[in-house]
Structures are given as structure tokens and as C-alpha cells.
Write a new protein. Structure first.
Length: 432
């Protein structure tokens, strides 16, 4: 998987950082991560590949041009062409295996350079975990160098859907969803933890909001991934659909990216790429590509955000997530999303104080030498609220900031940094 979309940026990043360091009179060494730009990359994919009638080289090039590096196919047919066009575009392809009674037929595709793996099941309850574990074992016995993809339910699923009772969770000193995630991990033992959660809401009157369980879900899966030392990915919302979920803007996409990254997610998956049909998806909603093959505003929004994030993903992926802090806005008494968290960080040794005009989230990271922080304006982007965040660092007199994907060395006045975040915006900050 290549990052040609940001090639021009990566060529001058190291030189720019050095020049900025000299300009601000900084003597402390500024870290460089450019040696990892082609090897440390986020997995950025999407659900619902183009249908058979739109399986062309150009359709698959459009996927790559948006910044996605893999696509998940929920259809069947034309697999050879889908793999061929994926390889030509430089992306990976995951096929639908949910309808297969056995996996012997995968041998025809397994050695193709674009083959990534198969979907084993979407959103299983705990009653299906044992059977999925056996299917996964059988799959990996023949196709070990690929991915058996099983996607967990979100936290807003009912206890009956999860297959976990409150009593069972209480006995395990947990909540039903966290116990569901733990059982999923321990029984199935997947290579990567994945769930879907869609948090950008709109009411029948047109009012918008963020689902209060968004951060809880991100935290629950991140903590399990951290506990078991496994990577974890999540789906994000890239279209409207039934149940009060809205079409998305570029700001909505950026908001989700930075919030997920603040919890250490290394895979970001879009729902959806091609707009699906059915009663749940009326004509008023759209994904990245309309049903007739037209690119939508969501496509261009995703492309813009991918270009920004892929400019520094190799830097962020050089760090390990150590927890996430929450910051109440100056006029806020409480935040429902914050109150549902089980393990938010109350402080960090590198940060003396932090304040914000609106709610904010700060993901904390460390690469063995430097701390890193993903700062996010945690307000619904549709509310159009900017957020002035002031961070006072304990010792640092300069920082390396990735703003809009571009690095900048900033000299601090009395160890203080002020970030003016627009709706949906985030920063990655490395104190020096």
C-alpha cells in the first residue's frame, strides 16, 4: 500500500521541520519519523465495494484516489476482475465469505497480491462466538497470511443482541458491552478487534447531536486491545441511514478521524463506499458514491481528510496510546459522553494545566522518548463551534505540531500553547 496522495508533502517534511527549528532559535533536537513514511500506515478502508456492473479499472482507481487503501466487498461475482483492478490501483481487496459453507474456494484467490482476506460475519452475538472461533481456525489453517474479518456489535446494541445479561456482567465486575468485547476477544481470538459505531445523529425535526456512547465504545474496545496487545479498528459514519443517522460533511469525517485516533485506533473503516439500496437507505441519503456511480460530497470530504491524516500517520503510528483525557468547556457543567467513560485520564505528567472554551478530548501517547497528544474539538461539527484550547506544559518551551497535516515547530511563551480549533478539527502535538 502506497501513500502517493501525500508524496509531495513527505518530500519536504524533514527539511521544513529543520528550517523551522533554526528559525525559532531552538537548540533541542527535533525528532524525525520520515524513515517510516512507507512502512507505518493507517489501514483506511470502506464497506460495500462497487457492484458487479461498476467493476471497472476506473471505479477502483477512484477508491484509491480517495485515500482508501482497502475495500470490503459485500457482493459476490467478478472476483477475479475486482482483484485485478484492486492491484492496478494499489489497494487491497476483502471478499465476502459470509455465504460460504466452506473455504476451499478461497484457494483460487489467496495468492493474488491484492487479496486481503474475507468477511467471516458481521455483528455476531456471544452465542455465535464458539462457532466463529472454529470457522476462523479452519480458515487460518489454509490461509494464514490473510485476515478473517469479524465485526463486533456497537455499544448501543441491546443486551439480548449482545447475548450478555446485566447479572452476568455484574458477576464479572464489568458492564454488558465491555464483557461482550472481552468474550469476543478471548473466545474467537481475532488478529484485530473491529466494531462499528455510528454517532452522528439527526432528529425528525432536524436537530443534530453526537451519540453519548461514542467515547464509551471507543474506550471499551481500545482498553481490550491494549490489555491483549492487539490492534483495533472501527467503522465510522460516512452516510445517513435509518434510525436518525445523518449524511456527513468533511468536518464530520475529520471529527471522527481525530476522535478515533485519540484512542489509538490504527484502522478507520467507512460505512459506506457505494450507497446501498433497501428501505433503510432512502433516496435522501448517500455514501461516498451514489447508486449511479456519481461521487458525492462525502467522497470529496473523505479524500480531503485522508490527505491530511496520511501526511503524518507514520508519525502517530510511531507512538503507543497510553490513555485519553477529557476537558470540559468553560461553561459546561457536565458532558454525557464523558460521564460514561470508565477510565479517563485525570492528568498527565507533561501537562501542567489545560482549559478549553468547549469540550475537548486529548489522547496521550509515548514513543519511548517523546510524549505525544492528539487534541480534538469534541463538539458536534454541525453546531459550528470553534474551540480555543490552552495547554500549559510542565517543562517544554517548544512543541512540534501537526496542523492540517503539516508540521510546525512552535516556540512557547511560559510553556503555553493555544490552539484555535475549528469544528471537527484536531492537532497532533509532540512536546520537545
Amino acid at each position: 500500500m502506497s501513500k502517493t496522495i501525500i508524496g509531495r508533502i513527505s518530500l519536504f517534511t524533514a527539511a521544513l521541520i529543520t528550517a523551522l527549528s533554526v528559525f525559532c532559535g531552538c537548540k533541542t533536537e527535533t525528532p524525525s519519523y520520515e524513515q517510516y513514511k512507507d512502512t507505518r500506515q493507517l489501514y483506511i478502508g470502506a464497506w460495500n465495494a462497487p457492484p458487479v456492473q461498476n467493476t471497472t479499472a476506473q471505479d477502483y482507481q477512484d477508491i484509491a484516489d480517495s485515500g482508501l487503501n482497502f475495500i470490503i466487498d459485500i457482493n459476490s461475482g467478478a472476483i477475479e476482475n475486482k482483484l485485478k483492478f484492486s492491484e492496478q490501483a494499489g489497494i487491497k481487496f476483502m471478499m465476502n465469505g459470509t455465504f460460504l459453507s466452506d473455504y476451499s474456494g478461497i484457494s483460487a484467490y489467496y495468492h493474488h497480491p491484492a487479496f486481503m482476506g474475507i468477511i467471516g460475519m458481521d455483528e455476531p452475538s456471544t452465542s455465535l462466538f464458539e462457532g466463529l472461533a472454529k470457522k476462523q481456525e479452519n480458515y487460518y489453517a489454509s490461509y494464514p497470511e490473510s485476515l478473517y474479518f469479524v465485526n463486533m456489535l456497537p455499544c448501543y446494541a441491546t443486551n439480548d443482541q449482545l447475548g450478555v445479561s446485566k447479572e452476568e456482567a455484574a458477576e464479572a465486575n464489568s458492564n454488558p458491552y465491555s464483557l461482550y468485547v472481552k468474550k469476543f476477544n478471548e473466545i474467537i481470538d481475532p488478529k484485530v478487534l473491529v466494531y462499528d459505531g455510528y454517532s452522528l445523529l439527526v432528529s425528525s425535526t432536524g436537530s443534530t447531536n453526537i451519540d453519548s456512547g461514542m467515547l464509551f465504545n471507543l474506550e471499551a474496545v481500545a482498553l481490550e486491545g491494549q490489555r491483549s496487545n492487539k490492534p483495533y479498528w472501527a467503522f465510522l459514519q460516512t452516510m445517513g441511514f435509518g434510525g436518525g443517522h445523518r449524511n456527513v460533511t468533511e468536518e464530520d469525517v475529520r471529527f471522527q478521524y481525530y476522535t478515533y485516533l485519540a484512542y489509538g485506533y490504527t484502522g478507520l473503516l467507512h460505512f459506506c463506499y457505494w450507497t446501498p439500496g433497501g428501505a433503510e437507505f432512502p433516496d435522501s441519503v448517500y455514501a461516498m458514491i451514489e447508486r449511479d456511480g456519481t461521487k458525492t460530497p462525502a467522497y470529496y470530504g473523505v479524500k480531503a481528510v485522508n490527505e491530511e491524516i496520511l501526511a503524518f500517520d507514520h508519525v502517530l503510528l510511531s507512538f503507543k496510546w497510553t490513555g485519553t483525557m477529557t476537558v470540559l468547556g468553560k461553561d459546561e457543567i457536565m458532558c454525557n459522553a464523558f460521564s460514561r467513560l470508565s477510565s479517563p485520564l485525570a492528568s498527565h505528567s507533561a501537562i501542567k494545566s489545560v482549559s478549553a472554551t468547549e469540550n475537548a478530548v486529548i489522547g496521550t501517547f509515548n514513543d519511548g522518548r517523546y510524549d505525544g497528544f492528539v487534541l480534538v474539538n469534541f463538539t458536534d461539527p454541525s453546531w459550528k463551534k470553534s474551540n480555543i484550547v490552552e495547554m500549559e506544559f510542565a517543562k517544554s518551551d517548544k512543541i512540534l505540531v501537526y496542523k492540517h497535516g503539516v508540521p510546525e515547530v512552535v516556540k512557547l511563551n511560559k510553556h503555553k500553547y493555544t490552539a484555535a480549533l475549528r469544528p471537527g478539527e484536531g492537532r497532533f502535538i509532540i512536546p520537545l
